[in-house]
Design a protein. Structure first.
Length: 311
């Protein structure tokens, strides 16, 4: 019952994650250079979490808790950032619909596997057919939504990447989706070791900012023009903070509700909000009406997360 009370907060985090993605898309368009855009998006996150940690510096981790921290725990942010890199590198080659469908399906199935086997410190729940049926339904729902989205996004240049060369990238995209789910669990372990959630969030995001800033220094062109910068709306640089709510929710809640339920709720809220953003054209998104395939996909996903959460 206590875990179920956390579900609304996780759903809000998933919705904010989708809104952050839309805001990030607008920021990337204005900043021109994707590495610069990613750096600008992530820097405010580090500033906010560092400020919160300095404001609330206790509790602090003990030497005992630090000694028991798995070596991979601080890499949770980087694991999740692999999907960001995948989007930057591959989305124009395979299309947004297939990319999102593959990453989210891998995320769901990896989450269920970690719960079942007790990987990365999670309590092993064993194989339960109903949650896996729910995961299958969610994967089907994702595919419905992704395929219907791909048709509207195939404007300039997208069609070229849908051939065999694009399909050869599918294994890498699946790995990126799996790492998204793993990163959530690693972040939860980091939170357990560092005790202070603000410190854990800061440690999680600092390596991500370092990597994106380094990539920008290595590939500093193209750069935005004065007109590009003038077109930046006040809310665009806040995209990272909006999306970071989901990471922070993972730090706090994933060990309480389980990786499968957490990522299932997060993805469901994310995709349903994405459908609404497309349907109404909010945050500068191209308006794509929610037709029957998207609505069917949404309904199937809701059925899937009910099975995962209840069983």
């Amino acid at each position: 019952m206590t875990a179920a009370l956390l579900y609304p907060f996780i759903l809000v985090a998933g919705a904010l994650q989708a809104i952050g993605n839309a805001m990030n898309a607008q920021l990337r368009g204005r900043m021109v250079n994707p590495w610069l855009a990613a750096t600008v998006s992530f820097l405010p996150i580090v500033f906010v979490f560092t400020t919160l940690f300095l404001t609330m510096p206790t509790p602090l981790p003990s030497l005992d808790s630090l000694s028991k921290m798995p070596w991979y725990a601080p890499l949770g942010g980087l694991a999740g950032a692999v999907a960001v890199f995948g989007g930057l590198a591959f989305i124009d080659k395979v299309g947004a619909g297939p990319f999102n469908g593959l990453t989210l399906t891998a995320n769901i199935l990896t989450s269920l596997a970690m719960d079942a086997l007790g990987l990365f410190g999670l309590q092993a729940a064993g194989f339960k057919p109903m949650p896996w049926l729910g995961g299958l339904l969610m994967a089907v729902g994702v595919i419905f939504i992704a395929r219907s989205g791909g048709k509207s996004e195939g404007g300039e240049g997208h069609g070229k990447g849908h051939g065999m060369s694009g399909k050869l990238l599918y294994p890498f995209i699946l790995v990126a989706g799996a790492l998204m789910a793993i990163g959530v669990v690693w972040n939860a372990q980091l939170r357990g070791a560092l005790e202070n959630p603000w410190l854990a969030a800061t440690v999680s995001f600092v390596p991500v900012v370092f990597v994106f800033a380094l990539m920008f220094l290595l590939r500093p062109s193209p750069l935005p023009t004065r007109d590009d910068i003038a077109g930046i709306r006040w809310w665009m640089p806040l995209a990272g903070i909006t999306g970071a709510v989901a990471v922070f929710a993972g730090l706090l809640f994933v060990d309480k509700v389980g990786a499968g339920a957490f990522n299932g709720l997060l993805i469901t809220a994310n995709l349903l909000t994405s459908v609404a953003l497309d349907h109404f054209g909010w945050f500068g998104m191209k308006q794509v009406k929610a037709g029957p395939p998207r609505l069917i996909g949404a309904a199937v996903m809701v059925a899937g997360i009910v099975l995962i959460s209840l069983f």
